[in-house]
Ligand binder design. Sequence first.
Ligand code: 3HC
Ligand code: NAI
Length: 699
Amino acid sequence: MSEVVTRERHDGIAIVTVDSPPVNALSAAVRRGILENVNAAVADPEVQAIVLTCAGRTFIAGADITEFGKPPQPPALNDVIAALENSPKPTIAAIHGTALGGGLEVALGCHFRVAVKEAKLGLPEVKLGLLPGAGGTQRLPRAVGPELAVQMIVGGNPIGAAEALKHGLISEIVEGPASGGEAFARKVLAEKLPARRLRDDDSKLAAARADRSIFTNAVAAMTKKARGLEAPFACADAIGAAIDLPFEEGLKKEREGFMKLVVSDQSKAQRYAFFAEREAAKVDGVPDGTKPRPVSRVAIIGAGTMGGGIAMSFANAGIPVTLIETGKEQLDRGMGIMQKNYEATAARGGIPADAPAKRMGLITGMVGLDNVKDADLIIEAVFETMAVKKEVFTALDAYAKPGAVLASNTSYLNVDDIAATTKRPQDVLGMHFFSPANVMKLCEIVRGAKTAPDALLTAVSIAKKIAKVPVVVGVCDGFVGNRMLAARSKQSEKLLFEGAPPQQVDAVVTKFGMPMGPFAMGDLAGLDIGWRSRKDRGIKSEIADALCEAGRFGQKTGKGYYKYEAGSRSPLPDPEVETLINDTLTKLGLKRREVSDEEILERMMYPMINEGARILEENIAARPSDIDVVWLYGYGWPIYRGGPMHYADGVGLKHIAERLSYYAKATNDPSLEPSPLLKKLAAEGKTFASLGQPNKAAA
Ligand code: 3HC
Ligand code: NAI
């Protein structure tokens, strides 16, 4: 018998316990263990009912993702589930933590399910580019009806125990999983509750069978934001099969769909991203046993765009913050914007009606930097000027208590130079949030030359607490994300001068799956910012300058690279811009040429990848997958393409290096020559992934 699954008998009830840390995933050993123990319990004449439960922090959290892509090992999960479903003795799943994916499918094979009140139940396979492959698409609609099943399977979000009870997914909410499961088993026996085999129970499908629009409307609502993704539609097809076909045939359809997705590039990319995110949270070069410093009080300096968003992120996680400004007027403005933002979200139903007041109650506004005295963590988000940053950090050094972590949200500035203005550079680092900071999940944690390991871990740990995805990066201009973005911006600007109109460039980038193209993004951020900075540095960018000189600052003035109708954020191509570009090029003596979409895509992506390779050479990022996490969570890189470095591996580094060399010559731009690392990998026929991690993602 397997060690990861054990069996006890308590007075006629067999308790089968899975104990396979960390999350009781359904490895071959776990599958075998459950099957053997359930068969043994069925064969044991003393046993009258079987409870399946888990040790540790959670019920089974799904199939073992590390096994995907490897040769399948028996027994198949469907056979394990069939044993539970076909058992002549009642089977009961007793759930705590998260019953996810294959874990919930195992529970759906049981005749009854009970759960503790904190438990969550879901089929999140779609988030890995998959569909539930062990009967979930057939049994869940039978358990809860097709509408909720579509929400759970196509949307991939779990539901809580109370909702599960309401919809008949569980029979009871219990105190403890094992004890509650056992007590419920006794009730089943005493009250002779009939075993409900979901495969045989079509009652909840009747309505959708009579009127298929119940199902198709639910699918339409859930796939609205699924642009470019394959899995949500495959999930919907499989649920459709539950409605249209007998159980066994539906199961077969589901299996076919799963087998197709599991080998797809999209699912491989999404599984890669799952492990990349978890790998990014592991910090290299920190001595074993290092612990983060305790943080109970947080102060944020600056209540502008970023300071406000960061304060909201803390309040959303229930952590009180002090928000500090230079004057009452600035403070009131910042507090007002947050209040309005919360109210708008509540009005849309995004948060409960009492949330705005509760969350604003966690944010205390103050004037004057001496108010940081009690804070364990201070995040500075003032203007992006070194002189202002230095002034603020000198004051923080004077007021902050010893051991407080001092973080800057700077986008580009040198964190070591900021640290040097204090007598405690070991406590200083960057916490670079992305706009809008209450929404975007990425936080680049910038490790300075002198940052202490425990200070670094403090920032990583607090970022996770406020539901951000932390990635540790080194000091350089723009860190990982903005540095790579700059490589792309240089090309998008050059493409304009060569003849590609802004809408063509943007269309190529959005078709690839990015949420916005570079020019629409410029219009959103405001073109005047770059214009002012160019003027300060004595730099010219004739087309962008001409736009600004014509008062076209982007969305805020209703026109930029595009025009915008009043109240709309939709970019519309503008003939005036076309004329302005033509006039500027004529003035410069440049001739426009047709630029192909293929060239645009290569020149948008490959220079960024090249910059990523330089970032690795310089050790600014610890691993290629960290760069991918930055792009997935900071810039909306499409999850089904895994991130720029993963994408590059798929295209082939040899091809990318060749094209970069070609463009370096064709456009007379030596900065496009492939970096030494890219050249080396290309010559050796290797991938970025060969440099290591996240090694769990099956190829
Ligand atoms: N398979 C293999 N490893 C897994 C895993 C899985 N399904 N789920 C989590 N892990 C690993 C993680 O990689 C991590 O390993 P590490 O410590 O070495 O980095 C460890 O378990 C802990 O994971 P988290 O850091 O994510 O722990 P949390 O407590 O924050 O979250 C969780 C726990 C909610 C269970 C989260 O891990 C999760 O969402 N897991 C994935 C769930 C999932 O997608 N299940 C469906 C799988 S596909 C499937 O079941 C197909 C079936 O239909 C046939
Ligand atoms: P902002 O101009 O909206 O806000 C800055 C705020 O800081 C202002 O309200 C100002 O009154 C306040 N401030 C200035 N000096 C202060 C002092 N001594 N004490 C207290 N408050 C002071 O600027 P924004 O956009 O919020 O940027 C802040 C920082 O975040 C900058 O370093 C910027 O580079 C960075 N950042 C900005 C992003 C963006 O998209 N806006 C994205 C990521 C980082």
